[in-house]
Design a protein around this ligand. Structure first.
Ligand code: PHE
Length: 521
């Protein structure tokens, strides 16, 4: 299929804004190019950059995938849906549906050597619109993601101050009212201010370029994230009394699938599967084209299948480890304070920002340091994901407007800053403004996770499974003589199960949002 030599229009040439930025990378680590110019492509002589090898690719994709989804969303969903049961369902989905979707996106990117904006249209003229939808999604997610990133920074600062000065900033939270969080998110400037710090910190990394900014920051933040995650979880695992909480988290508890009459409930199983599926999408950064763009820099010598498996392993590992850090301490806290375990675990999004601080407060003098380490880890994870999303936005802006990196970064940051105002102020001064009964932040989350991403994913599967035929992807995976162990699974998944499962999310989430049929996930 076409390489960059087949570019037809000036817009397509401009689509190389992103990779032209990648082109002059200086050597990284041990004198090897992390990204280097792979080849002169065709008659135009345009060059396409590529990752130096599968490690560089896996690190970049894992940096995008590992984020708030792993540290904030996974533990509370796992706690809510019966710990081990949820983990088991999630693992099954990752190795089937997640594998299918990620492999498809990366193969599309590598085959077309295009970013998401133009890749679909390149494969089939009539499907260009899908690329446009995929391109729009990060513009919706990034603003609210940065607002939550701002919340994390606020907590990080509070814990650092507490650790350094011994001040009791979270007195109210510790005493159980959760006021620290409500006071913060309902104030008129602070959520916006911290969100802006997060937006411009990410923009600062991006403007420094791929090698000096993104890669270097990943090289520092990702290993630190792993180390901190392992250290904090080991601390928790070896804390006296953590056994019951660990059991609650890791051992599948089928009781959670029993309805009020004590019998197995298909509806509860359905909710668990749908919850796990939505989480998987979000966590693997699927359905918004980031993996297409990243795949477009992958060399044909590298095995797509192997890379996908590694990214899945890293992402799932960090999610499971995040649960190890959080669930046992919340369990111990519940037992200590006499709160019903289910209620303590069911704090939903508030688990990280309300329940955990209460838990840290019970750890005595170690609490603030523990809290600071935890929120630093979360801040790193959130930043690496936000940076990958912002890079995708910057690439699209430079494609569409023909701007250089600096100007498109500035433009994107300003746009994201503007859009994030809505999510930043939606629990404070604008708390009465709702769209379809949802606050701005919830609305953006709903439109992307529950509507646009499932539509993009389902349409991508139909496109590959039925319009192009799975062979196109299979051949790309098998390029250069690579094996494809999951081929049969892939073909069946992409044609039948993946579109059906993804459509189920779309329908159930829409019903949930509008309260149709009593769905509550
Ligand atoms: N995967 C990221 C997380 O788990 C979120 C994300 C989604 C990042 C889509 C980039 C793109 O938090």
């Amino acid at each position: 299929m076409a390489d960059t030599g087949d570019l037809k229009s000036p817009a397509q040439f401009r689509a190389y804004g992103f990779e032209s930025r990648l082109r002059h990378q200086r050597p990284m680590g041990r004198g090897k190019d992390n990204i280097h110019v792979a080849e002169a492509c065709g008659a135009t002589g345009r060059k396409r950059a590529s990752w130096s090898g599968h490690i560089a690719f896996v690190l970049a994709a894992a940096a995008s995938a590992i984020g708030l989804g792993n540290l904030w969303r996974f533990p509370y969903l796992a706690a809510r849906y019966g710990g081990g049961t949820f983990i088991a369902v999630y693992l099954c989905l990752v190795v089937t549906l997640g594998f299918t979707l990620m492999l498809t996106e990366i193969a599309i990117g590598r085959k077309t050597r295009q970013s998401q904006l133009t890749a679909y249209g390149r494969l089939h003229g009539g499907w260009g619109l899908l690329g446009l939808i995929a391109t729009v999604i990060p513009f919706f997610i990034l603003p609210y993601y940065c607002v939550i990133g701002g919340w994390v920074l606020y907590y990080l600062k509070a814990y650092c101050v507490m650790a350094a000065t011994g001040a009791q900033l979270m007195g109210e939270a510790a005493s159980g009212s959760g006021d620290f969080f409500s006071a913060f998110i309902s104030s008129s400037f602070a959520p916006f201010g911290y969100g802006m710090v997060f937006v411009f910190a990410c923009a600062g990394v991006i403007v420094m370029g791929v090698r000096n900014g993104i890669e270097k920051s990943n090289m520092v933040m990702m290993p630190m994230l792993f180390l901190m995650a392992v250290a904090v979880s080991l601390y928790v695992v070896f804390m006296p009394g953590s056994g019951a909480g660990l059991k609650y988290y890791l051992v599948p508890n089928l009781d959670c699938l029993a309805g009020s009459d004590g019998r197995f409930s298909v509806a509860l199983l359905g909710k668990t599967v749908l919850g796990a599926m939505g989480q998987m999408f979000y966590s693997l950064s699927l359905a918004m084209g980031i993996m297409i763009t990243y795949g477009s820099y992958m060399k044909r010598e590298d095995s797509i299948e192997r890379c996908v498996r590694r990214v899945e392993v890293f992402d799932t590992l960090i999610a499971v480890v995040a649960g190890l850090m959080i669930v046992p301490v919340v369990y111990m806290f519940a037992v200590k304070t006499g709160t019903p375990v289910k209620e303590a675990m069911d704090a939903g999004p508030g688990l990280m920002f309300i329940t955990l601080p209460k838990v840290f407060a019970t750890l005595g003098p170690a609490g603030p340091t523990f809290g600071a380490a935890f929120f630093l880890l979360v801040a790193f994870a959130a930043a690496t994901s936000a940076i990958s999303m912002m890079e995708a936005c910057v690439a699209s802006v430079s494609d569409l407007l023909g701007l250089d990196r600096k100007s498109s970064t500035f433009f994107t940051a300003a746009l994201v800053a503007f859009l994030s105002t809505f999510s930043a102020l939606c629990y404070g001064p604008w708390k009465d403004v709702t769209i379809f009964g949802m606050q701005f932040l919830d609305f953006f989350d709903f439109v992307t996770n529950s509507v646009l991403m499932p539509i993009t994913a389902a349409a991508t599967c139909v496109f590959v499974g039925w319009v192009l035929g799975p062979r196109v992807v299979v051949d790309e995976v098998r390029a250069e003589g690579h094996g494809f162990r999951g081929e049969r699974l892939y073909v069946v998944m992409v044609r039948y199960f993946a579109p059906a499962l993804v459509t189920a999310i779309l329908v159930s989430e829409t019903c949930r949002a509008f309260g149709i049929g009593g769905w509550r996930i």
